[in-house]
Design a protein around this ligand. Structure first.
Ligand code: PBG
Length: 336
């Protein structure tokens, strides 16, 4: 972080900080941080079928899309200069099992979507989610035995899942499960199987958050989830622990790291960026999106202005990019 020299300024009136706020041109010239479409990763929900969109009630303007329409979304992203799209599958409940075998099926919905996008729009980066929750009969990110989310067996399953995603053509794997040791296991497996150039964006500092509620509706996991995720996701009261997690994941071969949720955890983004200088991302999660959209729909907030302000905040906090459901809408405005 840049150090502000001291004394900062001459006394008023020699220094009047309002001088550089007087006109739009001067404000533009003095602006420290900017948001561009290149900062965005667009999360999309994919579902079986063709040419069908299903609205997600708790996420206004967000829809589950069939693979053909996800391909259209990827083309739209490319045309808007959004570099990456992130796939989340809505899994049919009949495919959910205790051992989550569908997760590493090479032809599962997510892997078919990745292939379809890479065939049609090879220039866009495709990111996937590595966690068992879409495929788990009890909704957890890991395998459950006697009520315990078992770590090492889950890591083995996640590693198989990661390899299947890499084989499908994913450019970036996003392990969002918070098991210990999963980055090392995936990185070693990728090296050994010829996928050494696949990037890992680790959900390193992922908190056990109430802000994920609408997402769980979108992927159909809310009904399935038994209990909560507090034995693997972070305690919102912690901050030093986030640095330990990021250090650990970088040392195991993560290329990029994420803080999640976003706005309520900007202090963590700043600490992570300052401490490690690694490519750092934040996820503006479903609940953050829903809050802004709900207030805007009620006429209580200006939706576009709030969207833009919320996203520049991530850049100010040191993030290199943001996963956000606002991606196409904000990119349209920024390209305007
Ligand atoms: C699951 C996963 C979650 C999100 C991304 N991957 C939910 C959870 O951990 O329960 C949340 C995203 C959002 O709320 O927008 N592995």
């Amino acid at each position: 972080m840049s150090q502000i020299p001291s004394p900062i300024v001459a006394p008023t009136p020699l220094t009047r900080l309002r001088r550089l706020r007087r006109t739009q041109a001067l404000r533009d010239l003095a602006q420290e941080n900017t948001l561009t479409p290149h900062d965005l990763i667009w999360p999309v929900f994919v579902t079986e079928g063709s040419n069908e969109r299903t609205p997600v009630p708790s996420m206004p303007d967000v829809e589950r899309l069939t693979i053909d329409l996800v391909v259209d979304a990827a083309k739209r992203a490319r045309d808007l200069s959004i570099p990456a799209i992130c796939i989340f599958p809505y899994t049919d409940p009949s495919l959910k099992t205790e051992l989550c075998e569908e997760a590493w099926n090479p032809d599962n919905l997510s892997n078919r979507a990745v292939k379809a996008i890479k065939d049609a729009v090879p220039e866009i980066a495709v990111m996937t989610d590595v966690a068992l929750d879409p495929y788990n009969a009890n909704g957890h990110d890991g395998i459950v035995r006697d009520g315990i989310i078992v770590n090492d067996e889950t890591v083995e399953a996640l590693t198989k899942m990661a390899l299947a995603q890499a084989a499908a053509g994913a450019d970036i794997l996003g392990p969002s499960d918070m098991m210990d040791g999963r980055i090392k296991s995936m990185r070693e497996a990728l090296e050994q199987t010829g996928f050494q150039d696949v990037a890992i964006l680790s959900y390193a500092a992922k908190y056990a958050s109430a802000f994920y509620g609408p997402f769980r509706d979108a992927v159909g996991a809310s009904g399935a989830l038994v209990g909560d995720k507090k034995t693997y996701q972070m305690n919102p009261g912690n901050s030093d622990e986030a640095l330990r997690l990021v250090a650990r994941d970088l040392s195991e071969g993560a290329d990029m790291v994420m803080v999640k949720p976003g706005l309520p955890y900007l202090d963590i983004c700043r600490r992570v960026k300052d401490q490690f200088g690694a490519p750092t991302y934040a996820y503006q999660v479903s609940g953050e999106y829903a809050m802004i959209m709900a207030a805007a729909q009620n006429g209580w907030l200006d939706g576009d202005a709030t969207m833009l302000e919320s996203l520049i905040a991530f850049k100010r906090a040191g993030c290199d990019g943001i996963l956000t459901y606002f991606a196409p809408r904000v990119a349209e405005q920024l390209n305007h």
